[in-house]
Design a protein around this ligand. Structure first.
Ligand SMILES: [Zn+2]
Length: 409
């Protein structure tokens, strides 16, 4: 048996049960909990006890196994780095996975990331004469599968789904997963971005998570020796003016945490920060695929920021006419996942999470604000490019919902 490094993961929980006869045909593999247990039974002396300990302490949803050619001390570091790049590539793959109606009730991001014990600090233990009132099984901020089923849903049920998505996904992801070297500076920058995005999950509070994710976005657009606002402008160009209110909120939350150790007013902003990092990464990926020159891509973005400066502006600061000018200006840019993933559009749109269902059409269904009944596709409706209107069959309220985005624009 080859030496193998094992990384516990959290996020998507897979349903695969059969262990392939040789799971190491690639230099890495993903294993579900059941597959890992089967492997541990097969090699009780090698991994049995350790896997049991990891399961009890870290509660992973899956495992990443990476073959390690040279298990000598100097190579440990390399096996760690390699695992981090692989899991970064897998993490962006699951975050960019298409959503389906039956996947989840919440349209949440579905990251797969390295589970570390920081989320499971065992203290404080709070007790009195009668019993233990509170034992800190976890810190108050977690990115954890919310139930036993995990957050994968139907479209991310099996490890084969991830493989298929990765192979049809961004070119750099394929290169990392097949162990090819970076082609150029653009590849190196995007790989750094993936590692920063994935590393950002190691956060003990929403404020820290926001700071990490804003930094992950910054990593892909940064030039040396420049001012913070120049990078912030680029982030705004790459998201578009409809999201500037949220972006300004995120930048303020990042500053409050980094400079004053203050937590954000709403923990939901952590979702928004992840959305920003994913959006910026993919648009940069698509721009670099065209130009293969990071510096030229950043020049192109800066030229747009100079034409009409986004600095300090929220969506609400723009007049209709001004917003149209900016949108027109940005049409040559790739639109990124904000235009196709509901969770991401939701996270970057300036609405409170609970208002979302009342304002938007979700997967073709509309929520009646009066009786909370879901109106399916079968309910007759009239539509404009931006809205759909239908009469609730239960309470007869006329419901108008905004479409989250208009693909024809
Ligand atoms: Zn109704």
């Amino acid at each position: 048996m080859t030496s193998v490094s094992v990384v516990p993961l959290r996020g998507v929980r897979f349903r695969d049960t059969e262990l392939e006869s040789n799971p190491f045909e690639r230099p890495w593999t993903l294993l579900s909990l059941d597959q890992m247990r089967a492997l541990a039974t097969r090699h009780p002396d090698a991994v049995g006890g350790n896997i049991k300990m990891i399961e009890e302490r870290i509660h992973p949803d899956a495992f990443l196994l990476v073959a390690c050619d040279n298990p000598s001390a100097p190579a440990y570091r390399e096996s760690y780095d390699r695992a981090e790049s692989i899991i970064g590539a897998i993490c962006i793959t699951t975050l960019l996975a298409p959503e389906h109606r039956e996947d989840t009730r919440q349209y949440s991001p579905r990251p797969l990331y390295w589970a570390r014990a920081i989320e499971y600090c065992d203290l404080p233990l709070v007790f009195d004469e009668q019993r233990t009132r509170l034992s800190g099984h976890s810190s108050w901020f977690m990115w954890l599968s919310p139930d036993n089923a995990g957050i994968g849903g139907k479209s991310l049920e099996a490890i084969g789904h991830v493989e298929k998505l990765a192979m049809g996904g961004p070119a750099i992801v394929k290169r990392i997963l097949t162990g090819q070297a970076c082609l150029d500076e653009a590849d190196r920058r995007l790989e750094e971005g993936l590692r920063a995005l994935h590393a950002g999950f190691q956060a003990a509070s929403p404020g820290q998570f926001i700071a990490n994710m804003v930094s992950a976005a910054e990593v892909v657009v940064a030039r040396p020796d420049e001012r913070w606002w120049q990078r912030a402008n680029r982030l705004k160009v790459l998201t578009g003016p409809e999201y500037w209110t949220r972006i300004e909120e995120l930048l303020a939350a990042r500053h409050a945490y980094v400079h004053e150790a203050r937590q954000p007013s709403a923990a939901f902003l952590a979702h928004a920060a992840l959305g920003l990092a994913v959006q910026v990464w993919e648009v940069m990926h698509d721009l670099c695929a065209r130009a293969r020159d990071v510096s030229a891509v950043l020049d192109e973005i800066d030229a747009l920021a100079r034409k009409t400066s986004p600095r300090g502006l929220t969506t609400r600061d723009l007049t209709r006419a001004h917003r149209r000018i900016v949108e027109e200006l940005y049409t040559p840019l790739p639109r990124g996942p904000a235009r196709r993933l509901y969770w991401l559009n939701h996270a970057l749109t300036d609405v409170q999470p609970n208002d979302y269902y009342e304002k938007f059409v979700i997967f073709g269904e509309m929520l009646c604000p009066q009786c909370k009944h879901w109106l399916g596709r079968e309910v007759a409706r009239t539509s404009t490019p931006e809205t759909e209107t239908a009469e609730c069959p239960r309470c007869r309220a006329v419901v108008t919902a905004t479409l989250p985005f208009n693909e024809h624009r």
